[in-house]
Design a binder for this molecule. Structure first.
Ligand code: SF4
Length: 395
C-alpha cells in the first residue's frame, strides 16, 4: 500500500495531546562548547546569565498568566548546573513563582560533574530537585580528552557518589563510538558506570553534526568516525551489560532500574503536551509545536524588549501526521505501542501508518506484534532510524 492508499487518521473526539502536565526550562550556558555538541547553548558568556534570568521571568509571566501545576519539571541545557548557587536559587524562584510540582512529581536537572559542589547541591535540594542527570560521557582519560570534556573519570565518579548521598535518583549519560574507542574501552566505561549503581543510564552513539568542530575535523581527515559495525556492537553490548546488572532498557537510548524511568521524557515519547521556556525550547500545546529562537542573545534581547516576534518554528500537524509522529515516538519505548489505545487516541491503527512496509519490517525481524502491542525487536532497535522512518513517511 502506498502512502496515498494508507488509511487516513481521523481527528478523535478527545484531543490526543491532553492537558499539559510537564514543563521544560532550557538553560543555555556552558563553560566551553564540546567539539561534538550542536545543542542550543552559548559558551563562555556567563555575563549574560542574569539577563537570561530576567528574560526567563518575563517569558514565563507572559506564557502563564496564572499558576499551573505539573507532574514533571525538567531543567536541561546547555548545563543548568553551570549557574552559581545564587543564580540557581533565582532560577528556581522564577520558575516556582508560576509552576508548582505535585507532591510526587519529578524535578530533573542536567549537570556537569565539576559543578556539583556542596553549595550547588544544597541549592538543588532546597528547590526540591529529586533527579540529577550527570553528563559523564566516558570514564576513559583519552576519550574524555578527545570529547573535550573538562572533567576526569575520577571526578565523575566522585560527583555521582556525592550527588547520590543528597539526591538518590542519579542518572549517568555515556557516549559510545568515540574515534579510536574499542569495544573493550566501551565495556570498561559501562562497568565503571554500573559500579556506581546509578538509577538511570543513557547511552548515545556519537554523531557528527554539521557546524560542529568534530564535523570539520572529520571532513579534513583529522578525525576518523567509528566503523558502523563497531558502533552496532557497542550498542548491543549496552543492551546486554546494563540489563544484566539490573538496569533494563526502556527506550532506544535509555536504561533504568524499575521505577526510575525518566517520567518527563515519557511525556515526549507519549506525544503529550508540554510547556517550554528559554532559547530554542519547543513547547507542544493544543496540538501545536512552537520553538523559541535558538540564539541565546536574540532570545534575551527580544524577550526583554517585549518584542512580539514570531517563534522560530510553529507547526500544527494534520491528524494523520500527528498519528505518524506519535507512532514513531511511541515505538522508541521497548514496551512499544498499545495498538487499540493508540487507534482510539490518534484515529489510526499504528500498523496502517507504515503502509506496505509493515509486513516487510515484520518479516525482517525488526518489528513484532504480540497481545495487541506493537514494538521494535532487539534487532529492530539496532536499525531504529530506518524502521521509524517508515512510520513517518512510508514510500
Ligand atoms: S557540556 Fe554538554 S551541552 Fe555543554 S557543550 Fe558539552 S556536550 Fe554540549
Amino acid at each position: 500500500m502506498s502512502r496515498s492508499e494508507s488509511p487516513r487518521a481521523v481527528e478523535p473526539a478527545i484531543a490526543p495531546w491532553g492537558p499539559p502536565r510537564a514543563a521544560y526550562v532550557h538553560v543555555p550556558f556552558c563553560r566551553h562548547r564540546c567539539g561534538y555538541c550542536d545543542f542550543t547553548l552559548i559558551a563562555g558568556r556567563d555575563d549574560l546569565i542574569d539577563r537570561y534570568l530576567d528574560a526567563l521571568a518575563l517569558e514565563i509571566e507572559r506564557e502563564l498568566p496564572g499558576p499551573v501545576e505539573v507532574d514533571t519539571l525538567f531543567f536541561g541545557g546547555g548545563t543548568p548546573s553551570h549557574l552559581s548557587p545564587d543564580q540557581l536559587a533565582r532560577l528556581f524562584g522564577i520558575v516556582g513563582s508560576r509552576i508548582s510540582l505535585v507532591p510526587e512529581g519529578e524535578c530533573s536537572i542536567e549537570a556537569n560533574p565539576l559543578d556539583l559542589d556542596n553549595e550547588r547541591l544544597a541549592a538543588l535540594v532546597q528547590a526540591g530537585v529529586n533527579r540529577v542527570s550527570i553528563g559523564v560521557q566516558s570514564f576513559q582519560p583519552g576519550e574524555l580528552r578527545l570529547l573535550e570534556r573538562d572533567h576526569t573519570g575520577i571526578e565523575a565518579r566522585d560527583a555521582v557518589r556525592r550527588v547520590r548521598r543528597a539526591i538518590p535518583n542519579v542518572g549517568v549519560d555515556l557516549i559510545f563510538g568515540t574515534p579510536g574507542q574499542s569495544l573493550a574501552d566501551w565495556s570498561a566505561s559501562l562497568e565503571a558506570c554500573l559500579a556506581l549503581e546509578p538509577a538511570h543510564v543513557s547511552t548515545y552513539g556519537l554523531t557528527f553534526e554539521k557546524g560542529t568542530s568534530f564535523w570539520s575535523r572529520r571532513e579534513r581527515g583529522a578525525l576518523r568516525q567509528s566503523p558502523e559495525d563497531l558502533e552496532r556492537e557497542m550498542y548491543e553490548l549496552a543492551m546486554e551489560q546494563l540489563p544484566a546488572a539490573g538496569v533494563p532498557q526502556y527506550e532506544i537510548s535509555n536504561f533504568a532500574r524499575p521505577g526510575f524511568e525518566c517520567r518527563h521524557n515519557e511525556t515526549y515519547w507519549d506525544a503529550r503536551s508540554c510547556w517550554a521556556f528559554g532559547p530554542g525550547a519547543a513547547s507542544y500545546l493544543g496540538g501545536v509545536r512552537r520553538q523559541n529562537h535558538r540564539s541565546t542573545t536574540t532570545w534575551i534581547a527580544r524577550t526583554l524588549t517585549r518584542e512580539v516576534a514570531p517563534p522560530a518554528l510553529v507547526e500544527e500537524l494534520s491528524p494523520e501526521d500527528r498519528a505518524r509522529e506519535a507512532a514513531m515516538l511511541g515505538l522508541r519505548r521497548t514496551r512499544g505501542i498499545d495498538s487499540a489505545a493508540f487507534e482510539r487516541r490518534f484515529g489510526a491503527a499504528p500498523r496502517s501508518l507504515a503502509g506496505a512496509a509493515f509486513e516487510r519490517l515484520v518479516s525482517a525481524g525488526w518489528l513484532e506484534e504480540s497481545s495487541g502491542w506493537l514494538r521494535l525487536t532487539r534487532e529492530g532497535r539496532c536499525v531504529a532510524d530506518t524502521v521509524l522512518m517508515e512510520f513517518l513517511s512510508p514510500l
